[in-house]
Design a protein. Structure first.
Length: 129
């Protein structure tokens, strides 16, 4: 008996959810739905790009740590001035690249936040009208 009541309640809840979703989408016209879908795909693509960029930055940081380790080892071993200078320049260039990449990722994150905010606002407006 309890199981039967539970099944009926579950069925009723799923039907209400389905009808609520259908009626909410029914109010959004076909073109607006297409625009919202395109915006959603754009946000997802941006998210993937940001993740990929972060992975690349992490790889660069690991490489830079190796270069710093190599520079310290050369200093300890008494490497030539030219070798030490080349190592320092390499570390400095890597540091600049990493900073630049981080700035770019932060800018992309700000843009993505704005896109998400706009998407949510457009979706809200579409549901109201």
């Amino acid at each position: 008996m309890k199981r039967n009541i539970f099944q009926i309640a579950l069925l009723a809840a799923s039907l209400l959810t389905l009808l609520g979703t259908a009626s909410a989408q029914g109010r959004i016209d076909k073109w607006e739905r297409r625009e919202l879908r395109a915006d959603r795909h754009e946000v997802r693509a941006d998210t993937k790009d940001i993740r990929s960029d972060r992975r690349d930055i992490n790889k660069d940081v690991v490489e830079r740590r190796g270069d710093v380790r190599e520079l310290r080892q050369d200093r300890r071993d008494g490497g030539s001035q030219a070798e030490l200078r080349a190592d320092r320049q390499e570390v400095r260039a890597d540091t600049g690249d990493i900073r630049s990449d981080r700035r770019d990722v932060n800018k992309d994150l700000r843009d993505r936040r704005g896109d998400v905010r706009d998407f949510r606002q457009d979706r809200r407006d579409a549901r109201r009208h």
